[in-house]
Design a protein around this ligand. Structure first.
Ligand SMILES: [Zn+2]
Length: 296
């Protein structure tokens, strides 16, 4: 019998080996995880339970990606200007998948849970590695939830960039709905309007005042509630932060706290996965979000 569901605090799924690979000067760098681990370990306000990723599940990966896409991860050739090949990148990407699948299990067991891993995933489409993303962790988890009993799964993506890969994989998927709030115009240039019968996009102009940005985040959450999900998967990116170097938005740490609190108040199982967030303040933004999710 597991006592996990009665344990207080936040479960963080992580593996320090995800900081082993890097490219000089690349914003998606090991320090994002290393400094967040330091921050979380050196604080006492939020009780944390640490757990390793579960095993990667090949069948789950192949629900979201083509066999050709998975095979390409082993070819020693850069994918695009943003997304280099690294030795063993397929293993690192699979570890991120193992972490999100573990997060799904924990959420179903009633735990508050966050997957603190790299690489991120929300730009990876069924057939394309792009935007620092190799395998689409959140889409893999959403499809896994549907394949294992969930009837209605919502993905809420508050990364400042459109979750084009998640949209590509979940488009018109029965039982799934995708909600993305993001800066537009911005990378990758998609997400300017709703697509199909289940992908809802909320483009926000650059330099939108944070009150207005928050209203848009709240509107998307209202629409998500109307969908009546059994479980909510969150692509948690922290690059809509006012001082993030890759976008031009205005959110502050307390807005990420508010996001965590708002997601907790949905009162359905929620699990979150780290996507972007490139400022030096990332560890504090993650802690603010987790504190809101935890209910303090
Ligand atoms: Zn991003």
């Amino acid at each position: 019998m597991s006592l996990a569901s009665s344990m207080p605090g936040m479960k963080i799924i992580t593996d320090e080996r995800c900081a082993e690979y890097s490219s000089p000067g690349h914003p998606e760098r090991p320090a994002r995880i290393e400094r967040t681990l330091e921050k979380l370990r050196s604080q006492n306000d939020l009780p944390i339970v640490w757990a390793p990723p579960g095993p990667p599940d090949e069948a789950a990966i192949l629900r979201a990606h083509s066999p050709g896409h998975v095979a390409r991860l082993n070819e020693q050739q850069d994918f695009d200007a943003d997304t280099p090949f690294h030795p063993r990148i397929a293993d690192y990407a699979r570890a991120s998948v193992g972490a999100v699948l573990e997060a799904l299990k924990c959420a179903r067991a009633g735990e508050s849970v966050f997957s603190l891993m790299r690489p991120p995933g929300h730009h990876a489409t069924r057939n394309t590695v792009m935007g620092f993303c190799y395998l689409n962790n959140i889409a893999i988890a959403a499809l896994q939830a549907l394949a294992t009993g969930a009837k209605r799964v919502a993905v809420y993506d508050f990364d400042v960039h459109h979750g084009n890969g998640t949209e590509n994989i979940l488009l018109n998927q029965e039982g799934a709905a995708f909600f993305s709030i993001h800066q537009s115009p911005c990378y990758p240039g998609t997400g300017t309007r709703d697509v199909g019968n289940n992908c809802f996009n909320y483009p926000v102009p650059p330099l939108t005042p944070r009150e207005n940005y928050r209203q848009t985040l709240a509107s998307a959450l209202e629409r998500l509630k109307d969908f009546k999900p059994d479980i909510v998967a969150v692509s948690a990116g922290f690059d809509a932060y006012a001082r993030d170097p890759l976008a031009q938005e205005t959110l502050e740490a307390e807005d990420f706290y508010w996001l965590g609190q708002s997601l907790r108040r949905l009162d359905v199982p929620v699990f979150s996965v780290l996507e972007g967030g490139y400022s030096k303040d990332l560890p504090g933004l993650i802690l603010a979000y987790l504190t809101g999710l935890d209910g303090k």
